[in-house]
Design a protein around this ligand. Structure first.
Ligand code: FAD
Length: 451
């Protein structure tokens, strides 16, 4: 009797360079691919709308690719711990493999499951597939974790080079009698009534083949302009790899080695370093999305939330050109250029004086690349409350930023052309006054007594 292996796919929706899949294939027994939509285990953050859209299409692509190679992807919904154990029983599986996750609640689920499966005599192994340098392997001289990026990245670069990517399997032999699987369409990951995903469909093609194509295209044509033009939102000089890395359609190891093979890199690789640093931070501070990393910010005197201001920001109606353009790009495509993310976030926190968590939640719901580490990490960076953050008193001036990085107005023309009309909208707040108010609030926080 064959004793199949289960590969539990999570944030690694790919066949190439997938160490868990490789381990299963190396056992030489049939392989069952499994994805569990777990929205109920304690602490697991439900996916945002744009992320659900991406997940649907990426799973559909993965299922097709597995089927082409003789395998199957089983879809099940519910608490991961119960579902995995049920699937092991249904398939009489002898082994379960996965690539590691680094968020607090996810690690708890995985650790408990590993222990209980082993108790039942099931072989379990986990692998590094989503990060180049796992959080506990990068340590200061004193043996602690890092809270400043530059020494963190220097320490990473002093570690052994990330392993070479594993080749994509040509065959994935499945089980003879397929297991019951949910119908992906019944998971309701796609928006209906209204279907707001038209802009996402125009912009993106989720799935591993498109991710690999985009990486190749970037490394062949665009990376030459990266250092010079990466801050210009209309230059098309960045890689657009963030959703692909978020969903693991391509591994960071593949990006790393292909970048080096293309003879490119320091600056681009150091951006991957920020991704690693965000995960390093989340690993050591699992409440990154809800708590200030720097506790002094707990005393920040946020004024009472002004819902109309928040809504104006969310829908690109602030009257500030670069902010409105960014928020409309986000709404339409599920993506926003990094420079504009910084400007839009700074405007929310330091001109509208709205708690960074409200902005983080909106990005979580609308970004296709929203992830548990990068999103809150970057929000806290902009807000000044995070690791190695921009100081709170550094307030981006959205008008100067537009002059500098969108000098010819291409980006604003594309996303918020009303600002270039004869009767442009007025800013909903005075930039100078609100900046002063934000700095005064910051000073009040600094002066407040601490226990
Ligand atoms: P490239 O410039 O081509 O960079 C290559 C890769 O490096 C990216 O794909 C990404 O994985 C990584 N990277 C680049 N910049 C950063 C950064 N500042 N922090 C961490 N990793 C980085 N990125 C996300 O992946 N998910 C998020 O949810 C997210 N939320 C953000 C929220 C705010 C407020 C800000 C200011 C930034 C956020 N970022 C987030 C970081 C960054 O904006 C995106 O990673 C980047 O715009 C993606 O475009 P790209 O792939 O073309 O980037």
């Amino acid at each position: 009797m064959p004793s199949p292996s289960i590969v539990w796919f999570r944030d690694d929706l790919r066949l190439a360079d997938n160490p868990a899949l490789r381990a299963a294939l190396d056992r030489g027994e049939p392989v069952i691919g499994l994805y569990v939509l777990d929205e109920v285990s304690p602490g697991i953050r439900p996916l945002g709308g744009a992320a659900r859209w991406w997940l649907h299409h990426s799973l559909s692509s993965l299922a097709e690719r597995l089927a082409e190679r003789g395998g199957t992807l089983v879809l099940r919904r519910g608490p991961a711990d119960r579902i995995i154990r049920e699937t092991v029983a249904d398939a009489s599986a002898a082994a379960v493999f996965w690539n590691r996750r680094y968020g607090g609640p996810e690690r708890e689920v995985d650790a408990a499951l590993k222990a209980s499966l082993r108790e039942d005599g099931v072989e379990v192994a986990s692998f590094a597939g989503s990060l180049l340098f796992e959080p506990w392997t990068v340590k200061t001289g004193a043996g602690t974790h890092f809270s400043v990026y530059t020494p963190f990245w220097r320490a990473c670069l002093a570690l052994p080079t990330p392993r070479a990517p594993l080749p994509e399997p040509r065959e994935v032999a499945g089980v003879r009698h397929p297991l019951a699987s949910d119908d992906l369409n019944e998971w309701d990951l796609l928006p209906r009534d209204p279907d707001w995903a038209g802009g996402l469909r125009e912009t993106w093609e989720p799935g591993e083949p498109a991710a690999r194509r985009r990486l190749r295209e970037f490394l062949t044509h665009d990376i030459g302009a990266y250092d010079r033009a990466r801050d210009e939102p209309s230059a098309g000089a960045t890689s657009l790899m963030s959703p692909r890395l978020r969903w693991g359609e391509v591994s960071p190891h593949t990006v790393w080695h292909e970048t080096i093979a293309a003879g490119a890199g320091g600056r681009y690789l150091s951006e991957l370093g920020w991704r690693e640093f965000a995960w390093h931070t989340l690993f050591h501070f699992p409440e990154l999305a809800t708590r200030n990393l720097r506790a002094e910010f707990d005393g920040f005197p946020w004024p009472r939330l002004a819902p109309t201001r928040l809504a104006a920001w969310q829908h690109g109606r602030t009257g500030v050109a670069l902010v409105d353009a960014g928020m409309k790009e986000l709404w339409h495509t599920g993506y926003m250029h990094n420079r504009v993310r910084m400007v839009a976030a700074s405007f929310l926190v330091k001109n509208l004086i709205i708690d960074w968590r409200r902005g983080e939640e909106w990005f979580w719901d609308t970004l296709v690349d929203a992830d548990a580490a990068n999103n809150p990490f970057n929000w806290q960076w902009v807000a000044g409350s995070g690791a190695d953050a921009a100081p709170y008193f550094r307030v981006f001036n959205p008008e100067l930023q537009a002059k500098k990085f969108d000098a010819d107005g291409h980006y604003v023309r594309q996303w918020a052309p009303e600002h270039l009309s004869e009767d442009p909208p007025e800013p909903i707040v005075d930039l100078r006054e609100t900046r002063q108010a934000a700095l005064a609030a910051y000073d009040a926080m600094k002066r407040a007594p601490r226990d």
